[in-house]
Design a protein around this ligand. Sequence first.
Ligand code: GRF
Length: 195
Amino acid sequence: MRPRVRTAILISGRGSNMMSLVKAAQDPDYPAEISCVISNRPDAAGLQKAATAGIDAISVDHKAFPNRRAFEEALDGALQDRDIQFIACAGFMRVLTPWFVDRWDGKLINIHPSLLPKYKGLHTHQRALEAGDSYAGATVHWVVSEVDGGDIIDQVKVPILDDDTHESLQARVLEQELNLYPKALKSAINSTLGG
Ligand code: GRF
């Protein structure tokens, strides 16, 4: 059997997508092993969840560095130290510069809560509601320098209901994100690292 791909998950917050990847990777046939979880916020609730699940969980606090490049060098160093081969961003709220993105080109993916290319950036559910859209959703995509601009790996559509609020829509989309991300990480790894 091919060795599993050493994968890092980058987070900034509660880590529900991160935990769905951790659970998927508990299956020995899953192509990724989750080798570490790194948060740019030391107080991210997801760090504790990852540690409880037995994962190497560390913080690289962006506020401890004078600029983005210094932060990204420290992040890259933590990834190299752990022989990481692939990165999944899951609610990671820092924009990555071309320096980092180029270093990890083809090995760096993200989940975004909209039907890309619609609604790059923040407040995606609110914008879908205000536009009167019939569908919201979530997308897993390759990370490139343009924020939320890379090729799409997989997407899930979620119907918008008449009485939806930002909160109700967000909750239904998140439920679908948790199914989507493990499938998309698997297909991203299989497509690049020869599955
Ligand atoms: C998710 O909706 C994800 O798509 C977005 O940020 C949210 C993170 O939630 N990028 P969680 O930390 O996975 O619970």
